[in-house]
Design a protein around this ligand. Structure first.
Ligand code: TYD
Ligand code: MG
Length: 388
């Protein structure tokens, strides 16, 4: 009898399964994304079997409900203690939601979640923080920096998913934090922690935990070198909310964005500052962005742009300088490149300005992205001013 195949090739982007390796994924057309993993059948069957036998057993036969029968309660949203974070989430944490927080290493994901846990514990919630990356001593050192911790906040340094499940069943926490999903490992799956199958199955299991116990589960996800959350794209489809924590490592400011949110808008941003005592909110980012702005300098202009429901004053800077190349350079950060080139063309044609022998560099201060057409006037003024 032919031996059954135990591995197959999966696309890292979309999860497409193929029996042999292919250079391009036929489903999402991405190149070089197929990796060998244990066959999903065995892996997910193991995972799903556990889920249904553990918690699904004993549940009544599902009964479809009318919209009018579903009650929405005000208490469904839990405040994180950070107004900035609450707004990004759409007014707080939703019970039973699975939230994924991604970001570069050292940006402050663990610090943010620890501060949220600290607030919730002080508020009387039972919190479980599971770290697969740090020892309990390292967590304590971090906790000492952010202040005293009171209430029922328990820590566990563990990567084995079966043991984590047992602890959750026993402790019955009201919120669970997993730091990070790439370190978690399911015994039944032979591949190593952080692999496609492990990450997908672990995320699936945490989704079931969140929905069945009706508690919020937060998971931290690493990002790959392109800035996307490492692991299969399917992971982002499974979870309810995907947050990105970004910022320059050398600067103390951090931006929190929602790229997916089943419970709120994805336009809102939260601004934080990393200080000695952890993350602090920046309620007025405009003041921070305009702080120390020199006066009487050519090529700069302040414009007002909307980030979600909040207007933000951001500075645009343009530098136009004599080019040393036959084809002058144009470079933008935070603004669409082709749009700037069009604006230059308009200024040349209709106002008689000449940029033909000048390199032009444009920057939107603070790492913001200026997408609104309303920003064009400010950019045009900067371009004009930079010639002076
Ligand atoms: P961390 O939360 O460990 O980042 P991540 O989990 O995203 O990898 O953040 C670590 C960085 O933050 C580290 O460079 C030290 C710095 N930090 C402070 O500046 N102040 C603080 O109070 C804390 C706890 C960390
Ligand atoms: Mg961390």
């Amino acid at each position: 009898m032919a031996k059954a195949k135990t591995t197959a090739f999966f696309c890292k982007e979309c999860g497409y399964e193929s029996s042999k390796w292919l250079g391009q994924c036929p489903a999402c057309r991405a190149w070089n994304t197929l990796v060998e993993e244990p066959v999903a059948g065995t892996a997910s069957a193991a995972g799903k079997g556990r889920m249904s036998s553990d918690r699904g057993a004993g549940r009544a036969v599902a009964k479809p409900a009318l919209l009018s029968e579903i009650r929405l309660e005000q208490e469904d949203r839990i405040s994180t203690g950070f107004k900035e974070l609450d707004r990004v989430l759409g007014d707080g944490i939703v019970a039973g939601s699975l939230v994924l927080v991604g970001g570069d290493p050292g940006i402050g994901k663990s610090t943010l979640l620890l501060q949220v846990c600290r607030h919730l514990a002080a508020d009387g919630q039972k919190v479980l923080y599971i770290s697969g990356e740090e020892s309990l001593k390292q967590i304590k050192m971090r906790a000492n920096r952010i202040g005293t911790v009171t209430g029922e906040l328990r820590f566990l340094s563990e990567t084995n998913l079966e043991r984590i499940e047992a602890v959750i069943d026993q402790e019955k926490p009201q919120i669970v934090v997993i730091d990070s999903i790439q370190t978690m490992r399911m015994e039944e799956i032979s591949s190593s922690a952080g692999s496609l199958t492990q990450v997908r199955e672990c995320t699936n299991l945490f989704m079931h935990t969140a929905k069945q116990l009706d508690i919020p589960v937060w998971i931290v996800g690493h990002v790959n070198k392109d800035g996307a959350i490492a692991g299969p794209k399917v992971m982002e489809h499974i979870v309810d909310t995907v947050l990105y924590f970004e910022g320059e490592r050398n600067l103390s400011y951090r931006l929190l964005r929602a790229v997916k949110n089943r419970y709120g808008s994805t336009n809102e941003i939260g601004v934080f500052e990393m200080q000695d005592s952890g993350l602090h909110e920046v309620p007025n980012p405009s003041a921070m962005l305009l702080d120390g702005r020199p006066h009487g300098v050519s090529g700069t202009c302040v414009t007002c742009m909307m980030e979600g429901s909040r207007p933000i004053l951001a500075e645009i800077q343009v530098l136009a300088t004599k080019s040393g190349f036959s084809a002058p350079r144009r470079q933008t950060q935070g603004f669409d490149y082709s749009r700037m080139v069009i604006l230059i063309a308009v200024l040349e044609k209709h106002l008689g300005m000449f940029f033909g022998t000048l390199d032009v560099y444009l920057n939107v201060v603070g790492g913001f992205q200026l997408d609104e057409p309303a920003g064009d006037l400010a950019v045009a003024l900067c371009l004009y001013s930079s010639l002076v």
